[in-house]
Design a protein around this ligand. Sequence first.
Ligand code: ZN
Length: 526
Amino acid sequence: MATGLKKLKSKVAYYYDPDVGNYSYGFGHPMKPHRMRMVHNLVVNYELDKKMQILKPPRASPEEMTRFHTDEYIDFLKHVTPETAADLTRNHEICGFSTPRLAPNSPYKVLSGEDCPSFEGLFEFCSISAGGSIAAANRLTSGESDIAVNWAGGLHHAKKREASGFCYVNDIVLSIIELLRYHQRVLYIDIDIHHGDGVEEAFYTTDRVLTCSFHKYPDYFPGTGSTDDTGMYKGKSYSINFPLRDGIDDESYQSVFKPTIQRIMDYYRPGAVVLQCGADSLAGDKLGVFNLSMKGHAECVEFVKGFNLPMIVLGGGGYAVRNVSRTWTYETGLLVDKELEEDLPFNDYLDYYGPRYKLDVPETNMENHNTREYLQDIQQKVFDHLNNLPFAPSAQMRQVPNDPWEYSDHSDEDLDDKISKAANQYYEEPEMEEDDYQSAYKNRSVRLNGRNRTQNLQRQKRRFFQSAQTSGADQQHTHHSGCGHSHAPKPQLDDLLKLVVGPSAKRKPISHTPQSRLYDNSPEYL
Ligand SMILES: [Zn+2]
């Protein structure tokens, strides 16, 4: 039915803070924030800025970060300096408080040595990265853009109370939390060479977010991401892992990426997609061992874009900076439907691109250890898990009050609960029938339906927060936090998850021990 397909032009927002390139993880560290400056410079010199809105994101506040992370951890990031890092971690103190979590011999680490050093401006760097991804989510839910890009985001290893793998604040989880206020289901796709463990773990027990990661496994950081890790409780079957071997090339990658994503789209029916475009899966990466060309990597972006769903596009790993900037620039061009010249335009960092001065990142002749049999075997396992998925889960209507804002009349109710319940109103929007979905997908018109819906929901959101502010003033209360300051109540991920696991359920701490994560089977969880 190709004749019925109409290519829709997307409104693209691109978030960039000119300060981001000024931060440094330290001499010799593979992660170089400077690469974002190189991308932006190339983007502007290819004149892609004329095809999208370039926006400087507001920096994420500590309060926004603690929607996922613990107060203690964020306070620690805010106060730690290269000079105090050793003392603060050695003495197992955060912000003046001894915490049992950091008792001697605890498996927990806050900052892990060389990978996640404390560096000058660490907190500001995190607030830029997270601020861009949160702003990207808000941009989509307001209906102002169809696609929002934040190359400074995608830091997928950060955990609730721990930095990991060059990642301190998980901007992805924070952006998905924003999307969950409006969308019943969010799909997260991760094409970084490393397993997207921080995001998977955050949503491991919910069916509201399906995470799908393609990565090298086993014997590779962070040590997780087997096909057998499929989620728990209500989230069972909603974590999809596609382990790959060294040297995977474009053809092999697409032979599994496209069918897997198509199957997820068919059955899961997400309202929005977050795509983490880690560029360490490219050929020639300094840490990576895959063999994707720039065009092979970008084919993933193009394929996901083809579903015309509201989409956040994020960065991630990528340690051959000249190839990272080539690829993310090319992918930005693809998002705004602009073909880029093969010869690089003049730009501030031209020296990096010699001797060829070309845009492309070609495959190399490295051996592909992913045999057809291996890929088919893994594909079958993944499909078997996907077959467990019900069609468009959690779409059943629940009994909800006619007036979404009636909660504000109950002054004895915790504001967190109010926000959770009010957010629930957004999820209860009428779902399309399966047949409607089928035709919507065929016509690629889901995007337009989504836009009308999100505009409507945005109006509801404004009403809610006005209402919440008023009632919040009546029942101001504070709670004691790890640093002894008083904070206004705020919506928490736990509250969002209450919607899934029941109001009395609390998330239990999860062991962060690499290789074998242990989940607490407390019945309280169920
Ligand atoms: Zn990576």
